[in-house]
Design a protein around this ligand. Structure first.
Ligand code: ACO
Length: 331
């Protein structure tokens, strides 16, 4: 049997942030907190918050357009859209179909993936699988969120942590279906690992939903416990991917992590022996944008020239569920 081992190639990235910036000082006027506390415990200095008319779909569409332009492609070139979000515009239809319609490329496959902060990793792995089998030729994989709309703005333990935004990548099917010569030197997605542990539901969840309360609900979190699990799970899954790909931690040029908390980024990097200067950090300006944070950080680091063609990059994320995962890519 012919093995399909070569992964999809990343050919473009884009991102979008709402215009409105909310500083820690502004939040301190609403809840009992301070700029000093937020910076010391999380590294966050500000976040972007969606305004009137801005939704998950509009941010996702803007990010998708930017990614297409970066790839020198048009919407007509896209036959698969996977959008990761925990804050869809509507319960249904999928926000991905709104993006498809806004881009004007109706007719292909479009659906949402719900894995909260790990959603982009789950969406990327799903797209990669479909592209490897030949079910699609070019995919837009988007992470987009408007978490500001599911925050309890009276709860200082959560409202200071999150922000809104979107990031997108364009993936292209591997050139040769059936090529078994894939290794870490070839451009494309090399190895991906995903996990979930439904027993941890109560540590991070939204206390509402169509089938339970018929409301949207608000984010609830036991932050300290989430923190502890995050460092262990992320370090473990990174090690798994490295082993799978048969590369060592020193071979990685850039780690592009989910941006939950600067202390989680530091602790995970330390545990694995990754130099802090190899970790892309946006949490100070974006806060935690859930499924959007990895593609937002990836786009920033490509556009400012840090990540260049040929680099080996590791994406990783963990979120509610719990869900977590990592993906190693040669760009
Ligand atoms: N301002 C001031 N004080 C606060 C605030 C605030 N915004 N929030 C909590 N406090 C208080 C608490 O009430 C507590 O007071 P007490 O000692 O009088 O009871 C004190 O600060 C310490 O609270 P802890 O929760 O123990 O603080 P900790 O150092 O753990 O930091 C934080 C809290 C920032 C939430 C941290 O645990 C964290 O980042 N956890 C990870 C959670 C996360 O990032 N989740 C995102 C989704 S999952 C993911 O993306 C990985």
């Amino acid at each position: 049997m012919t093995l399909l081992t070569r992964g999809a190639r990343l050919v473009g990235t884009g991102s979008a942030l709402p215009a409105r910036v909310v500083t820690n000082a502004e939040l301190a006027q609403r809840v009992d907190t301070s700029d000093e506390w937020i910076i010391a415990r999380t590294g966050i200095r500000q976040r972007h918050v969606a305004g009137e008319g801005e939704t998950t779909a509009t941010l996702a569409t803007d990010a998708a357009r930017a990614a297409l332009a970066d790839a020198w492609l048009t919407p007509a070139d896209i036959d698969l859209i996977i959008l990761a979000t925990a804050t869809p515009d509507n319960t249904f239809p999928a926000t991905a179909t709104k993006v498809q319609n806004a881009l004007g490329c109706n007719g292909g496959v479009a659906f949402d993936v719900a894995a909260v902060c790990s959603g982009f990793l789950y969406a990327l792995a799903t797209a990669d699988s479909l592209l490897r089998t030949g079910a699609a030729r070019r995919a837009l994989v988007i992470g987009a969120e408007t978490f500001s709309r599911i925050l309890d703005w009276e709860d200082r333990t959560t409202c200071v942590l999150f922000g809104d935004g979107a990031g997108a990548v364009v993936l292209e099917a591997p050139d040769t279906i059936g090529d078994i010569a894939a290794d870490a030197s070839a451009p494309g997605i090399i190895a991906t690992k995903l996990h979930a542990d439904g027993a941890q539901h109560d540590l991070l969840y939204v206390d509402g939903g169509p089938s339970t309360t018929q409301t949207v609900g608000h984010v609830r979190m036991k932050g300290r416990e989430v923190f502890r699990h995050a460092v262990v799970n992320l370090a473990d899954v990174l090690a798994e991917v490295l082993e799978d790909a048969d590369v060592s931690v020193e071979d990685i040029d850039w780690v592009v992590p989910h941006q939950a908390n600067a202390r989680i980024l530091d602790a995970t990097a330390r545990k694995l022996g990754i130099a802090p200067e190899k970790v892309v950090v946006t949490v100070d300006r974006h806060a935690n944008t859930s499924a959007a944070s990895v593609p937002l950080a990836l786009d920033e680091a490509r556009r400012d020239g840090r990540i260049v063609t040929g680099d080996l990059i590791m994406l990783e994320a963990m979120g509610g569920g719990f869900t977590w995962g990592a993906s190693l890519i040669r760009v």
